[in-house]
Design a binder for this molecule. Structure first.
Ligand code: 5AD
Ligand code: SF4
Length: 457
């Protein structure tokens, strides 16, 4: 039997961050030569991959309950004589590989984020073996040297795409599992990034979001043999004909170098919307979190960014109730939010992750205190987000159209600030940027009218 040519169903379930969305697409690519094609449901799949996220609370429990459901599918297929290879990937697999195999012995493959390029070999081993295959190494070889480049954008319509340029983190914030699950910080060489970006643009992408756990710590080997930072990489990407918009996420305030700030001034393709997590506005808590900067340094950084690009808008992550956080510390966070003004933000109650320094720290904050702080913080952030969205009404903004809207004759696109925008317009504008006057604002989107039908690239 030519098993390499036989068409097999692959169903990938993706949880967590954009990096996981990208990784799922890469795993799909690497399995294609083995005959795997994406299918919509697990019961049509010869292989199911659950790509997991460890950041959220009770991450492992959610994985086990999903695996319980997938087991039923696997058993039902087995009763019809069809085999299903069940793989668990991502950060929960990395952190809890042995536990997964102990509690869910029907899982065939457990693989960490650094070994996706070895997936075909693991599938072959799983197909042969009775037992499970586990690979949660941090291999010496770099997976990007072995993975095929992204062939096409991962998002429906293909106008926007993700591209991973950097992985891992050496910062060891007190609360975070990433340095343990994604490993040490490493950057892809410039040539490999540019090649993949060109291919994405050739297949229709107009916007690329560069991904990395610590994306602005990027330090890839350049074609000149020197180390390139993110600013220089962005400059080369901006020169690719047809690539209209560049974004990057997630950034650390400590790595926001002058050259990158200048890039926001000099490169029109670099979008004026930056996710720059601060986590807390209290110097005591920032120190306890091991963030490596003060609240004043963050405020100063924001001033310098706004100086370089006056229309830049900021987004952030916040944690309330980190061990040791007093009322005064929390108030310092609220004050920082009032001072800076955020267009958007994600906020979380601190929740201990086993193995991280904060999990064992004294002075854990009671749950009801965390609840109250989170409510107050989210109310303030909501007011700011509403004010930001309201501020766009009546303004003219460039919108990149990504597809049709829900209503006939309607187009859907994104503002520079990632706000969804709907207008009435012709399909020929999909993939183009056009000027839109924003007329109305809804809870999660804006609507407006085209003020010039002629698209400009
Ligand atoms: N508890 C609460 N929030 C966390 N985050 C990461 N780890 C934890 C944790 N243990 C949040 C941080 C980070 C975002 C991705 O998730 O704010 O920036
Ligand atoms: Fe986690 Fe980000 Fe801190 Fe790294 S910089 S340890 S990824 S929170």
């Amino acid at each position: 039997m030519e098993s390499g040519r036989e068409v097999k169903g692959l169903h990938v379930i993706t949880w967590g961050c954009q990096m996981n969305v990208y990784d799922s697409a890469r795993m799909t690519d690497v399995l294609r030569p083995l005959g795997y094609q994406s299918v919509e449901t697990p019961d049509a799949a010869d292989m199911v991959i659950l790509n997991t996220c460890h950041i959220r609370d009770r991450a492992a429990e959610k994985v086990f309950s999903e695996l319980g459901r997938l087991r039923l599918v696997k058993d039902a297929r087995a009763a019809e004589g069809r085999r299903t290879i069940l793989a668990v990937a991502g950060c929960v697999a990395q952190a809890e590989g042995a536990e997964i195999l102990a509690r869910a012995p029907y899982v065939d493959i457990v693989l960490g984020p650094q070994t996706y390029h070895r997936l075909p070999e693991m599938v072959a081993r799983a197909a042969r073996a009775a037992g499970a295959v586990i690979d949660t190494d941090f291999p010496a070889e770099q997976k990007f040297d072995f993975l095929p480049d992204a062939q096409a954008p991962q998002t429906p319509g293909g106008i926007t795409a993700f591209l991973t340029i950097q992985e891992g983190c050496d910062k060891f914030c007190s609360f975070c599992v990433v340095p343990y699950t994604r490993g040490a910080e490493s950057s892809r060489p410039v040539d490999s990034v540019l090649r993949e970006a060109r291919r994405l643009v050739e297949s229709g992408a107009r916007e690329i979001t560069l991904l990395g756990q610590n994306v602005n710590a990027y330090h890839g080997e350049g074609p000149d043999g020197r180390v390139w930072g993110l600013a220089r990489l962005a400059e080369s990407l901006a020169a690719i004909p047809g690539l209209a918009r560049i974004r990057y996420t997630t950034s650390h305030p400590r790595d926001m170098e002058d050259a990158l700030i200048a890039g926001h001034r000099d490169l029109p393709a670099l979008m004026p919307f930056l996710h720059l997590p601060v986590q807390s506005g209290s110097d005591r808590i920032l120190a306890a979190m091991n963030r490596g900067h003060t609240a004043a340094e963050y405020r100063d950084l924001v001033l310098r960014l706004r100086d370089a690009r006056p229309d830049i808008a900021l987004s952030s992550d916040f944690i309330v109730g980190h061990p040791g956080e007093s009322d005064a510390d929390f108030e310092a966070t609220m004050q920082l939010i009032r001072d800076v003004g955020f267009a958007q933000a994600f906020s979380f109650k601190y929740s201990p992750r086993p193995g991280t320094p904060a999990a064992g720290a004294p002075m854990q904050v009671p749950e009801d205190v965390k609840d109250a702080r989170l409510q107050a913080l989210q109310a303030l952030l909501r007011t700011q987000q509403d004010a930001f969205n309201a501020g766009t009404v009546g303004r003219v903004v460039p919108v990149l159209f990504t597809g049709r809207g829900r209503k006939p004759g309607q187009l859907s696109g994104r503002s520079p600030y990632l706000q969804p925008v709907h207008v009435d317009g012709p399909d020929t504008l999909i993939g183009q940027i056009a000027q839109v006057e924003i007329r109305e604002r809804y809870t999660n989107s804006l609507s407006g009218t085209l003020i010039q039908e002629r698209a400009f690239a």
